[in-house]
Design a protein around this ligand. Structure first.
Ligand code: MRU
Length: 354
């Protein structure tokens, strides 16, 4: 198996260009794919070859560079037009994770402020902005980890949902960052990973990366989490987020809301781990977060085989919204945020790390 370590994240740019771990193949096969056209990047994001809010932001930022390199526009004005069209294509791929639109906007802003010069110098600015987003995300994950270690205190038995891990970011993940840091310090952390139907990000991806890191992990059926919590097997729940509204309402993988309800009933801390780029001050509350609906087939089949009777369809919401009242604290790159969230979120710096 290739030498991948969690600190590398799920997406990067190297000497050969954009590289993504083809996450649809894990854990059976570790394969790195290299999209060379805009539509290949957009398709990789839509298919969930690259997934997780920060990772799709990084992939989309680099996707703008890929678009420029592939089209090789002959004038700067053509290049600017192309960037705007490419941004629109990338934004449409997945609507819930705000990191994607945020990253595309940040790169475009760089292109707008870039002094008129040449296609080459514009490309250099765009690439620089994408590199900055990727580099920064690595550091944001580490800081989220430190906030998590502080909030967890002596809690060591953690339940998580979906994959908010290294694969979903440019670094140590968000929900997993405190776990990696505690493990590095020699602390005995154990993880229950919800399998996360329908696409099994928990059993396929979270279990894969934590096992590689040597962190003890058990996969559990989504429906088991309430029972596991009530048996005293969970000290805290940590999940990631795709978008956090101005009031703290949080969109994350479908099933997160159920977990938050069970945790609140049982008095178990429920933490949401996310960088500043997942907080969206333009969305007032959860009711305004666009929720991605994916093809019914994803729910009607299992491991590529149809399991529901022919003629039956499904409603496949990819995300749900957890009301802010159910969140014990947000673990962010700028520390632990506690209620009242509207004030704490308003005070978050949008500048990123220096
Ligand atoms: O549909 P996915 O796999 O992209 O959903 C991912 C999640 O819900 C994650 O929890 C979220 O994006 C945070 S990733 C650090």
């Amino acid at each position: 198996m290739a030498e991948w370590t969690a600190s590398q994240g799920g997406v990067w740019w190297d000497g050969e260009g954009l590289a993504l771990i083809e996450q649809t193949l894990l854990p059976a096969e570790y394969r790195v794919v290299r999209p060379r056209k805009l539509n290949e990047v957009a398709d990789a994001i839509y298919r969930l070859a690259v997934r997780g809010a920060p990772a799709i932001g990084i992939a989309a930022a680099y996707g703008l560079v890929v678009a420029l390199d592939d089209a090789a526009p002959s004038s700067e004005s053509d290049a600017r037009r192309l960037l705007h069209e490419a941004a629109e294509t990338l934004r449409r791929t997945r609507p819930t994770a705000v990191n994607l639109a945020w990253a595309v906007e940040r790169v475009l802003t760089e292109a707008v402020v870039h002094e008129h010069g040449s296609v080459a110098s514009l490309r250099a600015s765009v690439f620089g902005a994408a590199e900055e987003i990727a580099r920064e995300d690595r550091e944001l994950c580490r800081r989220i980890g430190l906030a998590g270690v502080e909030a967890l205190q002596s809690a060591r038995h953690i339940l998580t949902h979906c994959n908010a891990g290294a694969l979903a970011t440019g670094g140590y993940g968000t929900a997993t960052a405190p776990l990696y840091l505690l493990h590095e310090r020699g602390e005995a952390v154990t993880v229950l990973a919800d399998e996360t139907r329908p696409l099994l990000q928990g059993s396929r991806l979270t279990a894969w990366e934590l096992k590689r890191a040597g962190i003890p992990v058990r996969v559990t059926a989504d429906g088991a989490s309430g029972a596991l919590m009530s048996r005293g097997l969970v000290d805290a729940v940590i999940v990631g987020a795709d978008r956090i509204a101005e009031n703290g309402d949080t969109a994350n993988k479908i099933g997160t809301f159920n977990l938050a309800l069970a945790a609140a009933y049982l008095g178990i801390p429920f933490y949401v781990a996310a960088p500043f780029s997942t907080f969206d001050p333009k969305t007032p509350d959860g009711a305004h977060i666009p929720i991605e609906e994916r093809p019914p087939e994803e729910v009607l089949s299992f491991a590529g085989r149809r399991v529901a009777p022919e003629g039956v369809t499904s409603l496949n919401l990819a995300f749900d919204v957890t009301p802010h009242e159910l969140v014990t604290a947000f673990l962010t790159d700028q520390g632990v945020l506690r209620p009242p969230y509207r004030d704490a979120i308003a005070a978050l710096s949008r500048q990123g790390v220096s």
